[in-house]
Design a binder for this molecule. Structure first.
Ligand code: CP
Ligand code: NVA
Length: 341
């Protein structure tokens, strides 16, 4: 449901598994096979996973549907309006009923409390596919993407094996994130900013957020950091250039998120100083990466030239959603089988 539901100790294994799944898939494609996953990775064999989506989605929906199928499972997409939840059936009853049919549930909705209520009444793993408050699958994919880039640059070993060797690779991926600075620009009060604060804290990164004064992180995210025993690792400033200075990665997101369409005009006016232009991006380290969860609005929060820059890794992030989510589902599935979910 949130980044801190995996401990810092568990995440290297999740990263290792994602890397193995990615390499296995690439090898099968390269060999011209119609299969996309080796038999040893069919962790969701014969399982049915539901996907309740109350908001639009391209990446999350498709990467989860493909990922569930590739792990040997069967995805059932349920737009909120198609099920009785959209006509007033309670969240608790929906969770109880679906738990009788399904092995796991992916949920994209507005209120984070609704996701928590579904999970509280479900007897299967429930995965956050974005709420107004957090987007953990995106952050895990983003962290994995940065770790891949930074271990490749420092000559890190990208050949993972299984078991203990795989965990060692995962640990080197995770270690590559420690101490790095990420600048986040724009709306610093919503899901992506909150998720960077939590994900950054978990991996020892320094997160500097810049946006209009009324769009800063709220007390709810500080409460989560405290609850997880993590340090308050972030700074919020109104100075975009100061945020980007010496940054190893520069991140932005849309200024008007899903559900905020009516505020788009006013938000454009307020957030314009935080647009990632070529000039602003040049203030980061020369080897800094540009990142965006997508969809992007070129000409608003980011200039097209920055999206097209060789240091833009937006499509690697999108691809890695598939691999990391497969690793997350396989891990939860193993945990549920062991009676821990
Ligand atoms: N980044 C992301 O979650 O994209 P979608 O809204 O297309 O799923
Ligand atoms: N902040 C955006 C993220 C989309 C992936 C939104 O919630 O619409």
């Amino acid at each position: 449901l949130k980044e801190t539901d995996f401990s810092a100790e568990e995440l290297p294994a999740v990263f290792s598994l994602a890397q193995q799944l990615k390499q296995s898939r690439a090898a099968l494609f390269g060999a011209g096979s119609s299969a996309r996953v080796a038999p040893e990775f069919r962790q969701l064999n014969a399982q049915s996973w539901g996907m309740i989506f109350a908001k639009s989605s391209t990446r999350t929906r498709v990467s989860f549907e493909v990922g569930i199928q590739e792990l040997g499972g069967y995805p059932i997409f349920l737009s909120k309006g198609d099920i009785q939840l959209g006509r007033g059936e309670t969240v608790a009853d929906t969770a109880r009923v679906l738990s009788r049919y399904l092995h796991g549930l992916i949920v994209r909705t507005y209120a984070h409390a609704e996701l928590e209520e579904l999970a509280a009444h479900a007897s299967m793993p429930v995965v956050n596919a974005l709420t107004d408050f957090l987007h953990p699958c995106q952050i895990y994919a983003d962290l994995f993407t940065l770790a891949e880039k930074w271990t490749a640059k420092t000559g890190g070993n990208n050949h993972s094996g299984g078991g203990a060797a795989g965990t060692v690779i995962g640990e080197s991926l995770v270690a590559s994130l420690r101490g790095r600075k990420l600048a986040y620009l724009g709306d610093c009060s919503f899901n992506m900013a909150n998720s960077w604060i939590l994900g950054g804290a978990l991996f020892g990164m320094q997160i500097v957020l810049a946006g209009p004064a009324d769009f800063g992180p709220g007390p709810q995210i500080d409460a989560l950091l405290a609850e997880a025993g993590l340090p308050k690792n972030y700074v919020f400033t109104s100075d975009a250039r100061e945020a980007v200075r010496e940054a190893d990665a520069v991140y932005t997101d849309v200024w008007a998120s899903m559900g905020q369409e009516d505020e788009a005009r006013e938000r454009r006016r307020l957030m314009e100083p935080y647009a990632v232009t070529r000039e602003l991006f040049a203030a980061a380290r020369p080897d800094a990466f540009f990142m965006h969860c997508l969809p992007a609005h070129a000409g608003e929060e980011v200039e097209q030239a920055v999206l097209d820059d060789p240091r833009s890794i937006i499509f690697d992030e999108a691809e890695n959603r598939l691999h990391i989510q497969k690793a997350i589902m396989a891990t939860l599935c193993a945990s549920a089988a062991a009676g821990h979910a």
